[in-house]
Design a protein around this ligand. Structure first.
Ligand code: TXD
Length: 321
């Protein structure tokens, strides 16, 4: 099997960590592209010089010319400004839509057969715009949000219950904004409902519900919590890890069921929008959306989140994108 070619557009904080993870896990040959002269070349060289130590054998290349992404199997887009304290993801809309427009045109031209994973915020709008400009089929355009949001939720549950995070499964659906929907009913520790474990811990249903609500709220605001601490940018280690797991599932055709921002064509009652849902990721990108029944409250929360996504897309269209 020849090695995959994986290009990362935007060699900033997330792009750099992603290139390092992709190389160290030998997922493919990586190209790190940025508009800043020499910076991606510097990062690529730095990562390559760790290859003897971490024992990986892939090529790494920094680029300022889109010609270098030609023939990519996977393109990951991180280009765009991150948030500063006090900003919402949606505040990035105009600036990042302009950037996404040029990125999408170039990916369409230079890597027309690639599977594209979009990371830039506001995520749901940026994926929509990329899809619109490239005209790529929907299985080949997806966004990263849910894996990270779910990992944040799982981490908080593990800390609260004092168990290994490896045994916690928790899922977050909907848009990648403050309306995202952590699904409490299915949060579990190795199959045991997390709610039941909380109720046993506190021996008090109301208290357990209160603790769970605090974790749900923290999950929704987790990106902002990090922005507030970092002050100059947003989370980058965990978004890069989340994206790497998507790349891995595609490269190895693992068919993992992961929450991703995918195009819905009637699933979950949504038609024509990108929303975070569980999907099977394999060699063909998004191979299947996994639908399941939501209860009344969950459905209402998801509808509310979808509304935020459709409003954002409408705003973007009004701006002329
Ligand atoms: O989970 C998620 N989806 C996210 C997304 C989690 C956290 C942050 N997320 C968003 O990713 C964030 O709000 C930003 O919109 C992107 C990238 O975040 P990062 O922290 O990596 O931002 P940086 O360090 O500023 O890097 C962005 C790079 C920077 O090097 C710019 O020079 C470059 O993007 N850039 C461009 N590259 C290519 N082409 C164009 N036009 C361009 N413009 C800027």
């Amino acid at each position: 099997m020849s090695r995959k070619k994986i290009s990362i557009i935007g060699g900033g904080q997330i792009g750099g960590v992603l290139a390092s993870l992709i190389a160290s896990r030998q997922l493919g040959d990586a190209v790190l592209f940025d508009i800043i002269d020499d910076m991606p070349q510097g990062k690529a060289l730095d990562i390559a010089e760790a290859s003897r130590i971490d024992k990986f054998d892939v090529s790494l290349k920094g680029a300022n010319d889109y010609k270098d992404i030609a023939g990519s199997d996977i393109v990951i887009v991180t280009a765009g400004l991150p948030r500063k304290p006090g900003m919402s993801r949606d505040d990035l809309l105009t600036t990042n839509a302009k950037i996404m427009q040029s990125v999408a045109e170039n990916v369409k031209k230079h890597a027309p057969n690639s599977i594209a994973i979009i990371i830039s915020n506001p995520l749901d709008a940026m994926v929509t715009l990329f899809k619109k400009i490239t005209g790529f089929p929907t299985n080949r355009v997806l966004g990263q949000a849910g894996i990270l949001d779910s990992s944040r939720f799982s981490t908080f549950i593990a800390w609260e219950l004092g168990v290994s995070v490896k045994d916690v499964n928790a899922m977050v659906l909907g848009g990648h904004g403050d309306t995202m929907v952590p699904i409490v009913r299915y949060a579990n520790v190795n199959g045991i409902p997390a709610m039941e474990l909380l109720e046993r811990k506190y021996n008090d249903k109301a208290k357990a519900a209160e603790v769970m609500k605090a974790m749900v709220d923290r999950t929704k605001m987790a990106g902002g919590e990090i922005v507030k601490l970092l002050k100059t940018g947003s989370a980058f280690y965990s978004p890069a890890s989340a994206t790497t797991s998507m790349v891995e599932s595609i490269v190895y055709d693992e068919k993992r069921v992961l929450p991703v921002c995918a195009y819905l064509n009637g699933e979950f009652g949504v038609k024509g929008y990108y929303v975070g849902v569980p999907a099977v990721l394999g060699a063909n990108g998004v191979e299947k959306i996994i639908e399941f029944a939501l209860d009344k409250d969950e459905k209402a929360l998801l509808d509310n989140s979808v509304k935020a996504v459709t409003n954002l897309v409408t705003d973007m269209e009004r701006l002329g994108f």
